[in-house]
Design a binder for this molecule. Structure first.
Ligand SMILES: *[C@@H]1O[C@H](CO)[C@@H](O)[C@H](O)[C@H]1NC(C)=O
Ligand SMILES: *[C@@H]1O[C@H](CO)[C@@H](O)[C@H](O)[C@H]1NC(C)=O
Ligand SMILES: *[C@@H]1O[C@H](CO)[C@@H](O)[C@H](O)[C@H]1NC(C)=O
Length: 358
């Protein structure tokens, strides 16, 4: 019985490896105009025959008898690597399927589904924020390649750690996800980032554009006035979590799932009845401010493409507007009385002078 199940298991495994219908699928998602290389995963071709075909199995590029031939229709956009048989496509403009067949000593069939998109992820930050750009990968495998580039020259970020690159010393890469985090981001750093992720089953290109806005990082109000903490975002729908904290204490959170603000208990005591979230922008207003509201407020916004962390320093000044209003009223009264007295004196002198003339 035990042997039988073992044999069945081995048969299943063999079917998985050698099955004719098991064509390996690779999904390739790139930006319009990109170049991408479709890898055969062969390190060195020998007498193998390689055929790259379109969806309807028309040959577009091949290596046969050590000779490369490429279809004319591709207008110089295709290039075949002599050693590996990998196909490079330049200036990709449309969705296409590429079928690969390697015959001879090594037998491989692969199907690459290339889709083109042109969405650049827009990231709106304030100078000094900490920004994380996501790859979308949850755990990097040993053979995965993640390349981060920036600027027009496509400078590689990976390995930027020499003294020459001190300007980039505020960038760290997460070794689990491949995400990069830019701490305390500066306006003079590049605004265009690009990531290329290559795994055995997928190729993904993503682009990011960082925009700087001039939302306040320090807020100063008079006691009893409202404190307005802004996200700088017009519409928070792309964020699946927005969290506001006062020092280490959670105040308010909006989660996409529930689509409503939850106010935390600790915040309920300190800020009882004074927190007013804006459901469209995620901004938070604290009404009737107290001097004890002074301190650091932390914002954490997470979307599928990026995370923004910001600290806003708030100072609430001792004298409230009401007290200032009373003082202003007293001053105004004194002025009015003084003016009235002055006018009266002038008038009397004028009357006296008029009488003198008459
Ligand atoms: C890329 O392809 C498009 C459409 O065929 C063409 O208009 C454009 O000039 C090409 N760009 C480059 C850099 O070759
Ligand atoms: C290719 O991938 C896209 C996006 O994942 C999918 O919508 C499409 O159906 C796939 N095409 C084929 C022929 O498998
Ligand atoms: C990954 O990063 C963590 C924290 O930054 C570090 O402790 C760990 O040693 C790193 N692992 C590898 C394999 O580099």
């Amino acid at each position: 019985m035990r042997n039988l199940s073992l044999i069945l298991w081995v048969l299943l495994l063999m079917d998985g490896v050698f099955g004719v219908d098991k064509v390996k699928q690779v999904s390739v998602s790139v930006m319009k105009g990109d170049s991408v290389t479709l890898h055969t995963d062969v390190t060195e071709l020998q007498s193998d025959k390689i055929e790259w075909m379109s969806e309807d199995n028309v040959i577009i590029a091949q290596i046969a008898n050590n000779k490369i031939s490429i279809d004319d229709v591709s207008e110089g956009r295709l290039e075949l690597d002599h050693q590996t048989g990998s196909l490079t496509i330049r200036n990709i403009t449309e969705n296409r399927i590429y079928n690969l067949d390697i015959g001879g000593r090594i037998q491989i069939s692969k199907r690459f589904n290339v889709t083109v998109h042109d969405v650049v992820e827009s990231v709106s930050v304030v100078e000094g924020d900490t920004v994380t750009l996501h790859t979308g990968v949850t755990k990097i495998q040993a053979d995965d390649q993640i390349l981060w580039k920036f600027g027009d020259q496509d400078t590689l970020i990976n390995g930027l750690n020499g003294p020459v690159d001190v300007i980039w010393s505020n960038i760290d890469q997460n070794n689990q996800t491949g995400d990069i985090t830019i701490r305390n981001i500066r306006n003079d750093q590049d605004k265009h980032y690009k990531v290329e992720i290559i795994t055995s089953s997928m190729v993904l290109h993503r682009k990011f554009h960082i925009k700087f806005s001039d939302e306040m990082k320090t807020v100063s109000v008079k006691k009893e006035d409202s404190i307005i903490l802004r996200t700088g975002v017009i519409d928070i729908r792309e964020y699946y979590q927005i969290l506001w904290k006062f020092e280490d204490e959670r105040m308010a959170e909006i989660t996409k799932g529930t689509n409503k603000f939850s106010l935390y208990n600790s915040a309920n005591g300190r800020f009882s009845g004074r927190l007013h979230p804006d459901h469209q922008t995620g901004s938070l207003t604290i009404s009737d401010s107290q001097t004890t509201d002074s301190g650091d407020y932390h914002l954490n916004m997470i979307s599928s493409s990026h995370t923004i962390q910001r600290t806003i320093s708030v100072t609430v000044k001792g004298l409230s507007s009401a007290v200032i209003a009373v003082i202003a009223l007293c001053v105004a009264l004194v002025v009015v009385v003084a003016v009235a007295v002055g006018v009266a004196i002038c008038h009397m002198q004028h009357v006296k002078r008029s009488r003198g003339v008459v």
